[in-house]
Write a protein that binds this ligand. Sequence first.
Ligand SMILES: Cc1ncc(COP(=O)(O)O)c(C=O)c1O
Length: 395
Amino acid sequence: MSEKDKNKSIFTRSIHSGEDRLRYADAITTPIVQSSTYSFKDSKEIEAYTKNDKIRFEYGRYGNPTEKVAEKRLADLDGAEDSLMFSSGMMAITTTILALVQTGDHIVITDDCYGKTLEFCRSYLKRFGIECTIVPFGKYDVLDSSIRKNTRFIFSESPTNPYLNVFDLIKFRKIADKHKVITIIDSTFATPFNQRPLEFGIDLVIHSGTKYLGGHNDILAGVLLGKKELVSKVRDLHKSMGGVIDPHCCYLLLRGLKTFPVRVKTQNENTLKIAEYLEKHPKIEKVYYPFLKSHAHYNVAIEQMKGGGGVVTFTIKGDLDASKRFMDALEMIYIAPSLGGVETLITHPATVTYYKYTREQRYNLGIVDNLFRLAVGLEDPDDIIADLENGFAKI
Ligand SMILES: Cc1ncc(COP(=O)(O)O)c(C=O)c1O
């Protein structure tokens, strides 16, 4: 993207960024280059490639042309020097972490991160002699005092699941600067439409592209964004780990990205409307949405984010049985994990995500029986509300 294009809006850049306008058969869409290997014309071409004179492709696990377009577009949207795509969000997280640590290192992660990220840091890294301190989300003094000489990075997420806690990126950066430690943010729930952590001085940003970036509940993808030097380190390990994204999936991601800002803008508006409706509803106990004044992190959210996102969490006035009756009466809303797609999805963490936990363990983590997470899609918000009413009638 040229300097003059950088002034274009996110709506325009989501369609055009990264695209090479010279195309096979003059098509206006990026081709799916479905090839696992790439040929060299002669020994001269090999030489140019190995000397790094020419950017080209060699073998599918090291990258493909469709992926390169997606990487360029995502780097532009998040304001990153470099980016790297993966076959899933978890592949991006685990490969990045492994590339940055070695035996004897220590890492710090906040306790409100995605469950599988926490599990990887808590259980698997230990096997390789890497210590992990898990600090309570939002306790910035504890975060500060937990950093040691051998701390390689601090990792957090914002907003978080399911209570949509918002991390103060300015405080995060200040702590990191004091200790000269790498900062990583999983920004899946925020997306580059609502927040660009790199502009706050965060070193690395990760998204599960499975959610808002793809936007149609039909792909798995992940992306790492940030400074060239750090992303390059991860790129080397990525080639060995092999969690590459395939060209067809990249095409679907590129297609999803064209409508990404339109979708997220609408999801912000519709979710706020639904959150306000829920807050006034007699069958509702409490609503959690960062752009509601009642949210604990409302001030940080409105200062550091453009919109509250497409997820709203709430507790109903009722027990586990009432919660099941509410969920079972929904007709349009799918009972399914995930978020960020065009279909509205609802999850009941007590019976799905935390089904292996005892009630006491769940309650210690704030996962109460009557808790629901609604990932708002692109249906008319009045139709979503009408379906929620089907459920509330059964409580
Ligand atoms: C915040 C967050 N980060 C990472 C992931 C993992 O992404 P993926 O499912 O694409 O591996 C998820 C999945 O739900 C998530 O919610």
